[in-house]
Ligand binder design. Structure first.
Ligand SMILES: Nc1nc2c(ncn2[C@@H]2O[C@H](COP(=O)(O)OP(=O)(O)OP(=O)(O)O)[C@@H](O)[C@H]2O)c(=O)[nH]1
Length: 534
C-alpha cells in the first residue's frame, strides 16, 4: 500500500500538512471523505423532498380540477366558455378598431382608453355620442354603440351632430333625417369661446339660426339637448338624477359640448387630438351629471388636397411632403417635415378650415346592432317628435336669417346676458377694466388695455367708436326666468341675483368715482377763484 501511495510521488516529499509517517494525513482524508459524503446525502435528500412536494402539488391540483368538474354541469361549462369567447371577441374588435388610429399605437394607451370608456359606459344612464357633422358616419363607432346597448342597466343612446356651423344647412337636414331613422339626434354647435366663465349660449333654435349667426362663437342647440335630457329625467313619476356619458372620437367636440352646457371651462379643449385622457365628471345641475371620456384618433383625410392646391400625389407621404413644401415646414438640414405638415393638416381640419363633408347614403338600412324595437324605445323616452320640430325650427331660422335681427351684431358673450346689463355697468366696466370706449351723451370713457375675458367684445366696440349706448332697461326679468327650462331656473335665478349684486357694487363704485371727480373739479375751481382773488 505504502509503495502504491508513493508511486507517483517523488521520494522523501510529502504533501503540505502531512507528516512523514502519514498518520495525521490518513485521518484528515477520512474526515474529508465523510464530510463530502454527508453533503452529497443532504443535497440528494433535499432534491427528493422537492420532487415529492412538486408531485404532491400536481396531485392536489388534479384533484381540485376533478372536484370542480364534478360540480360543473356540461351546460354551465359551455356557457362559461361561450361567455369568455364573446368577451374576448368583443375586446379584440374594439382593440382592432383602435389599431386603425396611429396615435394609439402603444398597447398601454389603447388599454387605458378601453378602461376609461368602460367606466363611462358603466356609470352612465344616457350616452351622448358626439359626431362631427362634416362626416357623421366616418366618426360613428358601431362597436361602441353595441357595447352601450349590451351593457347592464338599459342605457340610452342619443346622437349629437356637432360642428353644424361647418356644413351647409341642407346637408345638416339630410343627416338629421338619416340619423333619426336610428337614434334620437340633436343638432348642436358648441361654444368656441376661450374665456373661462360665462360661455354664451344662443337660445335661438339651431334650425332658425342663420349661417352667419352660427359662425359666431356662441353655442347653439343647448336648450334642445337640455330638453331631451330633461324629458328623460322626468320619464317616471319621480324626477330622477341621471349621469350622462359623452363619448366619441377625439376632437369631435366632447369637451366643448360639456363646457357649453355648463357654460364654463370645466374641461380642457384643444385642436390637438387626445386632450382628454381620463374620465371626468361635471355637475350640470341638480339632476344631471356629465362624464367626459377620452377619444380615439382617426387618420388624416386625403380629400384635403384641393385646399392645399396639390393636384397629384401617389401616397400619403408624397402628399405630406408637398404640403410641407407649400407651408415651408422644414427640418434641420432643409428636409421637408412630413410630421409638421401632418400636424398642420389635422389642425386645419379640426378648426374647420378644410371644407369637406359627406352626404348620407341614399337608402337607409338599420345596422345589425339596432333593432326596430330599440329604435322605437329610444324615440319614445326622449319624446323625439318634439326634437324633430326643434331641429326643423333651427334650420328654418338658419335659412331666413331672422335671428340676425333678433341679436343684431352683438357679441355672443353679451347676447344671452344682455338683459342683466345696464349702461351704467358698461361705463363702470370701461373705467375699471380699461377695455373700450363708451360715450353716453357728454360723458366719454377712454380705455386702452383690453381685459382678457372681453377681448373680442372690446375689439368690436372699439371698431364702432364713437358708439352711443342707449339707456335700455335691462334689469333681470322674473318672467324671462320663469320661461326658461325648469332645469335651468335655479341657475338663472342665482345668476340674476349675483349679477344684481355686481351691478349694485359697480354702480356704487361709479357713483363715488363721479362724485370724487366732481369734488375735485369744484376744488380746482375754488383754488382758481382763490388765486384769481389773490
Ligand atoms: N367650428 C366648431 N368648432 C368646434 C365645435 N366644437 C368643438 N370645436 C373645436 O374642435 C376642437 C376640439 O374640441 P374638443 O372639445 O377639445 O374635442 P374633444 O372631443 O373633447 O377632444 P379630445 O379631448 O381630444 O377627445 C377645438 O378646437 C374646438 O374649439 C363646433 O361646434 N364648431
Amino acid at each position: 500500500m505504502m509503495k502504491l501511495r508513493h508511486k507517483n510521488k517523488k521520494p522523501g516529499k510529502v504533501s503540505k500538512g502531512y507528516k512523514k509517517n502519514g498518520k495525521k494525513a490518513t485521518s484528515k482524508v477520512a474526515s474529508t471523505l465523510q464530510f463530502v459524503h454527508a453533503n452529497d446525502h443532504a443535497s440528494r435528500e433535499a432534491e427528493l423532498k422537492k420532487k415529492r412536494i412538486e408531485a404532491m402539488r400536481e396531485k392536489q391540483q388534479v384533484a381540485r380540477e376533478q372536484e370542480r368538474h364534478r360540480h360543473r354541469t356540461i351546460e354551465s361549462y359551455c356557457q362559461d366558455v361561450q361567455q369568455r369567447q364573446e368577451e374576448f371577441k368583443r375586446k379584440e374588435e374594439v382593440l382592432q378598431e383602435l389599431n386603425m388610429f396611429p396615435q394609439l399605437d402603444d398597447e398601454a394607451t389603447r388599454k387605458a382608453y378601453y378602461k376609461e370608456f368602460r367606466k363611462v359606459v358603466e356609470y352612465s344612464d344616457v350616452i351622448l355620442e358626439v359626431l362631427d357633422a362634416r362626416d357623421p358616419l366616418g366618426c360613428r363607432c358601431f362597436q361602441m354603440e353595441e357595447a352601450v346597448l349590451q351593457a347592464e342597466g338599459n342605457k340610452k343612446l342619443v346622437l349629437v351632430l356637432n360642428k353644424i356651423d361647418l356644413v351647409p344647412k341642407e346637408v345638416i337636414e339630410k343627416w338629421l333625417d338619416y340619423l333619426q331613422n336610428e337614434l334620437p339626434t340633436v343638432a348642436f354647435k358648441a361654444s368656441t369661446q376661450h374665456q373661462v366663465k360665462n360661455l354664451s349660449r344662443c337660445s335661438v333654435p339651431v334650425e332658425q339660426a342663420s349661417e352667419s349667426l352660427l359662425k359666431s362663437r356662441a353655442c347653439f342647440g343647448a336648450e334642445n339637448l337640455m330638453r331631451v335630457l330633461g324629458n328623460y329625467c322626468r320619464l317616471g313619476e319621480v324626477r330622477t338624477h341621471i349621469r350622462v356619458g359623452v363619448v366619441g372620437l377625439p376632437n369631435v367636440g366632447k369637451s366643448s359640448l360639456i363646457n357649453s352646457l355648463k357654460r364654463s371651462r370645466a374641461c380642457s379643449v384643444g385642436a390637438v387630438p387626445g386632450v382628454t385622457k381620463f374620465m371626468q365628471e361635471v355637475y350640470l345641475d341638480k339632476f344631471i351629471r356629465l362624464l367626459d371620456a377620452p377619444g380615439i384618433v382617426p387618420g388624416p383625410n386625403s380629400e384635403v388636397s384641393n385646399y392645399y392646391g396639390i393636384s397629384e400625389f401617389q401616397t400619403t407621404e408624397h402628399f405630406l411632403t408637398a404640403v410641407a413644401h407649400r407651408l415651408g415646414k422644414k427640418k434641420k438640414g432643409g428636409i421637408y417635415s412630413q410630421e409638421e405638415a401632418a400636424k398642420a393638416v389635422l389642425a386645419d381640419w379640426v378648426s374647420g378650415k378644410i371644407s369637406f363633408y359627406t352626404l348620407p347614403p341614399a337608402t337607409h338600412t338599420l345596422p345589425t346592432h339596432l333593432s326596430a324595437e330599440i329604435v322605437k324605445e329610444m324615440t319614445e323616452v326622449f319624446d323625439i317628435e318634439d326634437t324633430e320640430q326643434a331641429n326643423e325650427d333651427t334650420m328654418e331660422c338658419l335659412a331666413t336669417g331672422e335671428s340676425d335681427e333678433l341679436l343684431g351684431d352683438m357679441d355672443p358673450l353679451e347676447m344671452d346676458i344682455k338683459w342683466l346689463h345696464s349702461p351704467m355697468v358698461k361705463i363702470a366696466d370701461a373705467m375699471e377694466n380699461k377695455t373700450t370706449v363708451y360715450k353716453i351723451g357728454e360723458l366719454t370713457g377712454y380705455c386702452t388695455i383690453p381685459n382678457r375675458h372681453q377681448m373680442g367684445w372690446a375689439k368690436r366696440n372699439v371698431d364702432c367708436y364713437p358708439r352711443n349706448v342707449c339707456p335700455v332697461d335691462r334689469r333681470p326679468m322674473l318672467q324671462r326666468i320663469m320661461e326658461t327650462d325648469p332645469l335651468q331656473q335655479g341657475q338663472a335665478l342665482a345668476s340674476a341675483l349675483k349679477n344684481k349684486k355686481k351691478i349694485q357694487k359697480r354702480t356704487d363704485k361709479l357713483a363715488s368715482k363721479l362724485s370724487d371727480s366732481m369734488m375735485s373739479v369744484l376744488d380746482l375751481s375754488g383754488n382758481a377763484d382763490d388765486s384769481a382773488s389773490d
